[in-house]
Ligand binder design. Sequence first.
Ligand code: MG
Length: 382
Amino acid sequence: MGGCFAIVVAAGRGSRVGGDLPKQYREIGGRTLLARSAGAFADHPGIAGVRVVIHPGDRALYDAATDGIDLLPPVPGGTSRQESVYFGLRSLEQAAPDSVLIHDAARPFIAAETITAVIGALDAATGAIAAVPVVDTLKQAQAGAIAGTVEREGLWRAQTPQGFRYGAILAAHAAAAGESLTDDAAVAERAGIAVALVESAEENFKVTTEDDLDRARRLIGGGDIRTGMGFDVHRFGPGDQVWLCGIAVPHDHGLIGHSDADAGLHALTDAMLGAIAEGDIGRHFPPGDPQWKDAPSALFLARAGELVRARQGEILSLDLTLICEAPRIGPHVAAMTARVAEILDLDPGRVSVKATTTERLGFTGRGEGIAAQAVATMRVGR
Ligand code: MG
């Protein structure tokens, strides 16, 4: 049959990544790592067929993850990665490919150009692998201290895909069966096969830890975009200042409320809670609870921020409008913006505070109180 086939190795249990699910079946941006990695080869015009090697217990996960992707039927893997690759290679004996590309399912960002380059390199070489040059200075460690500096000149970090002439790598794997070699290039090297290096990209990293999953999600910007709105009103009463957005603004009245009556922070807090469907400020901080008497509302906003972060959420923008005839808000907008950004540990460029009057109409127009409305936009639940 000839042509170039791909073997995607997805048989590991991924115990280094937390959770019950093997890492190749974890999702980023709504697609599993396996769907992304296997799909990259299935979509590549230079690849004649894609065989995924799976753990025998993962068939249901595999079927769900690869629905709609044009793949050969999967084959069960062995007790080690090396054995799984060997089983995958043997499963292609009928197809008799000219060459084969072996790829880790946990590298979801394999670029089509890298696949093309590895296939191209096999015109002139028996083996060729994706790799990146080492740019960091390398240190030899001994008991937690530097024992020496390793010359990085000529050092590369091996990635996948690793491509080979099919007959050569099948024979090399057969000869290395039972050994514990770190990758297929090492199997080829052991057999005396010359392996070329094809420069790849940092993005083709292997997802091993939860931090790697977060990095992968940041790269694709995955997750739901959610929007919430908040609205709040407080009535004027006796006093000589009002709290708005965590700033004390001098005024000939105060605002009445159980807490510090900061309508601006209350509207923002409700908008954030709304975006993650966590109810409203009263649910988290009941007004009848004496511990919130005269409480600084920064506490409420900070709590909403914690709830967003607990969902791997990222606040994209906050937009607040304060509605009153007096006091004048304009002179305090910069301080209010900075304070909100500080409470949430946000870039101030993501916080908007503005003000309007109601042309002396309604309760705000008559100077009976201050209203505030807010919209929060965030990325959550990746
Ligand atoms: Mg309120």
